[in-house]
Design a protein around this ligand. Sequence first.
Ligand code: F6R
Length: 233
Amino acid sequence: MEIIRVKDANEGGKKAFEIIANGMQNGAKVLGLATGSTPVPMYKEMTDSDLDFSNMTSVNLDEYVGLGGDDAQSYRFFMNDHLFNHKPFKETFVPNGKASDLAAECKRYDQVIADHPIDIQILGIGRNGHIGFNEPGTSFTSSTHLVQLTQSTINANKIYFDKVEDVPTQALSMGIGSIMKSKKIILMAFGDAKADAIKGMIDGKVSEDLPASVLQNHADVTVIIDDAAGSKL
Ligand code: F6R
């Protein structure tokens, strides 16, 4: 893993953007994208840039079950709002959280990933080491699946909802096996709430108890952290 230390999330977003821009110059066509607060400065860099994304495809990591693209808390809405409404892509994929048959939707999404192999995957990390919505205990070979969110993830995400009861308890997530097939991975983490997860991911043993530790087995991972997230290294 290459570890890049930055001053703050804004500088981290700039670094990640530079890697993406460079990747696009070298032929990257498919970006794997994440939501949450971590990549927001990177999306700002993308929308402020004069880069053209109209030949690019994006494949997002996850979506809440029960929320559609019109719901302001859905990840589809987030992506439109932070990126796609400003920078049109050729095609954008997010799991459909309102699908009536969730098992069929997982299969469909696996086909999307197979048809659009990810060149550069952007990841944040949960306090418990989750990547995507792959909570501790998720198999390293998993494909897209239905997830029961842990209480810690529900609590972390409740800031985006009026009340904790409104936070969905299930999500659809790209699996760890699929994430690991991405050619290049950029994981960003900022703030001391991520320090334990970052320590475990980099120095801990590779274990399904800390999903992000699987990245030790990937050949091309760049970790972008601030001093707070890196304080336990
Ligand atoms: C989001 C996602 C999650 C987040 C993680 C960190 O699509 O897959 O794994 O990256 O929960 O969230 P933030 O960035 O809000 O701290």
